[in-house]
Write a protein that binds this ligand. Sequence first.
Ligand SMILES: Nc1nc2c(c(=O)[nH]1)N[C@H]1C(S)=C(S)[C@@H](COP(=O)(O)OP(=O)(O)OC[C@H]3O[C@@H](n4cnc5c(=O)[nH]c(N)nc54)[C@H](O)[C@@H]3O)O[C@H]1N2
Ligand SMILES: Nc1nc2c(c(=O)[nH]1)N[C@H]1C(S)=C(S)[C@@H](COP(=O)(O)OP(=O)(O)OC[C@H]3O[C@@H](n4cnc5c(=O)[nH]c(N)nc54)[C@H](O)[C@@H]3O)O[C@H]1N2
Ligand code: SF4
Ligand SMILES: [Mo]
Length: 873
Amino acid sequence: MTAATTRSTCPYCGVGCGVLLTPDGQGRLTVKGDPDHPANFGRLCSKGSALAETVGLSHRLMTPRVNGTDTDWDSALDHVAKTFSKTIAEHGPDSVAFYVSGQMLSEDYYVANKLMKGFIGSANIDTNSRLCMSSTVAGHKRAFGTDTVPGTYEDLENADLIVLTGSNLAWCHPVLYQRILAARKSRGTKLVVIDPRRTASCDGADLHLALRAGSDVALFNALLAEIDRRGLLDRAYIDAYVSGADNAIAAAKASDPAITGLSDGDLKTFFDLWIGTEKVVTIFSQGVNQSSSGTDKVNAILNCHLATGRIGRLGMGPFSVTGQPNAMGGREVGGLANMLACHLDLENADHREAVQGFWASPAMPDKAGLKAVDMFRALGEGRIKALWVIHSNPAVTLPDADRVRGAVEGCDFVVVSDITERTDTARGADVLLPAAAWAEKSGTVTNSDRTVSRQRAVLAAPGIAQPDWWILAEVAKRMGFDGFDWTSPAEIFREYATLSGIAGSFGRDFDISDFKDICDADYDTLSPFRWPQSAAKQGGRFFADGGFYHADGKAKMLALTPRDPASMPDEKRPFRLNTGRLRDQWHTMTRTALSPRLSAHLPEPFVDMHPKDADRLGLKPADLVRLTSPHGTSVLRLRRTTDVAPGDLFVPMHWTGETAPSARIDALVAPVTDPISGQPESKASTVAAEPFPAKWYGFAISATSFDPDCSYWARARTGQGWRAELAGDTIPDDWEAYARSLLKQSETSAQVLKDPKRGTFRIAFYQDEILIAALYVGPEPVDLMRDFLAGLPGTETLWALAGKARGDMPDPGPVVCSCFAVGRNTILREIEEKGLTTVEEIGACLSAGTNCGSCKSELAGLLAAVEVSEPAE
Ligand SMILES: Nc1nc2c(c(=O)[nH]1)N[C@H]1C(S)=C(S)[C@@H](COP(=O)(O)OP(=O)(O)OC[C@H]3O[C@@H](n4cnc5c(=O)[nH]c(N)nc54)[C@H](O)[C@@H]3O)O[C@H]1N2
Ligand SMILES: Nc1nc2c(c(=O)[nH]1)N[C@H]1C(S)=C(S)[C@@H](COP(=O)(O)OP(=O)(O)OC[C@H]3O[C@@H](n4cnc5c(=O)[nH]c(N)nc54)[C@H](O)[C@@H]3O)O[C@H]1N2
Ligand code: SF4
Ligand SMILES: [Mo]
């Protein structure tokens, strides 16, 4: 590490990898994995490795903006404070709300929570963690009496069996997946994936249980019943530390494993593995949480670990992996509408009094505020009259997203703090506040295993952008509140650590009061640490010897009855819509889509459909499909694949009005929530599917950005500019005029190739023999070497109209390894020509998979595909 290098933490997933940042003094950065960070020991995934490509200024919001006009901070902050104060005076504190984010730093989050709960006096602050972790929070609290992840990452390396339940770890927590694969190599750890869909995580697994969507409670009930049947309950642990076991087991025995749709053989293999392996970690994520029975799913898993006493000991335990970089920190600061700071309870009068006393605050709500889905419903109905959205893009990511977008647009006063104005939420806002971004601001985040790490500023914020805590504190002061006079995140951290000590004195587990007097210099150099950190307890695991947080000191096993998802497929809507993430994009893509190499992995949104369903609907490969639910419609590119079961569909969640307006998939998702956690069922809506009647299809490349306006489009960045897929339901009168207007090339000289009878048209624009842009149009999805063409703008390519590489220039195909930009075709060619049989051999020949390793599971998948195809030839 050189003097110019600073330790920080990756801003994406909850693995919480340490990074080493070296700025070049010109606003650019080099980003490397921190070899000393306990989350990643130097590794980074594709997203972490590409961070340097996302810190440019081109997309940034630089100054506050009120009603479309740029202004200074004083005017904007006064306006926000005045409007919030006026609304509260006229309509009461519950007429305003904050919608915040698990990506905020703990210090930012603490300030937002203090302002809303302690000073405005409402609990109407909720966070996107409601869509993410709230079922786990509720499940943990029901079972443990507290929201605590019992284990640590070392358990993953010390387990003999790892069960991924509703988690595509290979793509969503890639560094943990790499850690597991490494352990698998050295100790032979077995890996089971429980997911209705075949995912990249299955490539490294021993068993994939493609259970019916939503049936996890039935599966883990069946496991619990089988543990009992085999006489393998840990009676000593249960007698000493657990209540409710008999009822839970009786309910488990009464539930029908057939609901899972799994064969008896698969169930037996799973039971043998799970019951027969003491050191088992059950990892779970959004396939569990995002369900109308999400909390029950969590408890069904916790039941099995409590029943066997496999919790809190090295190499075993239930393990909820957090999604966002500070999802865990948000739970600690009390970011949810039904929590108080530091794991204190809003319903507990003593806790409320203690926090109010500590804050010296004028007010404290005694009941929970509106949860995310209800908050935006109230916004649409005019019950919330002023809303502040910080670090989230709800007009894209909440269910029933068109209605949410409409509610944001319709509300008289919506403030959005973001780093860019180009989001579907920001477009509907009245006030935009420019936030300092990752690498420009300082604070702490807590990862999935309770490790708190520093994010550090190494770049100047552009324009007059300011950190989120500062913006919040300035508004609080202007609303006339005391207690917001901090001058640095270190001061906020000290206050927060002090409050956690008060929580500790109430016996709460979240206690970092060791740091209540930390000086600025020590905060600057703070090394990662795992909570708790107090006089009473230091880090480590929880619950091996009981010590639960219910009044009787015991854990609770819950009696659970499986429920179907809220809507079941029927004649009108025969498909089950599953949604989730891709390897190289982060949520609504406001940062990852800036990186050409991340955009090259899967540049267009799509719907995965089983070939039998596609045939039945008369859909050919690459056709466009229209999906419809009672809430909205989407148009997406078809991918025929047996990865999904017949009747199931999978659509990624990432595309937006900026990148592909018809692919905003949450527009279709029903606003149905889990009755206990309030978490939406984002993975199990029902929809109808039909061919989209496009009259023409197109593909465009350009060295400069352009704004398509046809009925279907999806655009992505490339190393040379932009690429876009297009389709329309009306044919333009004059294709050349259309192309010139679309690609903003009114005067540029062009080569044209057209066949009006067949309806094909191609145009390439040149400046001094350099290709500037091109458009390829046809009546069917256009067959082109897209990834090859995407690399042409800005080069001397006089034969671009051909749409494919010359014989001597092979088409690399879609990128698989984003670190070294190695395409699928290149890998397949090498596998076949050189007879490669292992991922390591591919690495040796092409470097693919040798940097971040995020593509290793896909490389394994390509090797398997080639093996299968050989005998048939
Ligand atoms: N690349 C990337 N990584 C990310 C993120 C990102 O945007 N991009 N986001 C981060 C965030 S905030 C989060 S919350 C995590 C999410 O991480 P994951 O939860 O791993 O990701 P998802 O793709 O949302 O969903 C996981 C799986 O649940 C499956 N599933 C659907 N229904 C069911 C069901 O009924 N039962 C079971 N058992 N499985 C089901 C889906 O098929 C999907 O493969 O990822 C984090 N990491
Ligand atoms: N259908 C479906 N929907 C889902 C999910 C799903 O699996 N399926 N998953 C859900 C889950 S788990 C999650 S976590 C949510 C995520 O959903 P969101 O939180 O809505 O998505 P992001 O794109 O992460 O939004 C973050 C916003 O913060 C901005 N930003 C970046 N840095 C900063 C900063 O430093 N300060 C401020 N103020 N702003 C900043 C970004 O530009 C972006 O607009 O989506 C949920 N929605
Ligand atoms: S696994 Fe990837 S996205 Fe997650 S923290 Fe590490 S580098 Fe960042
Ligand atoms: Mo999430």
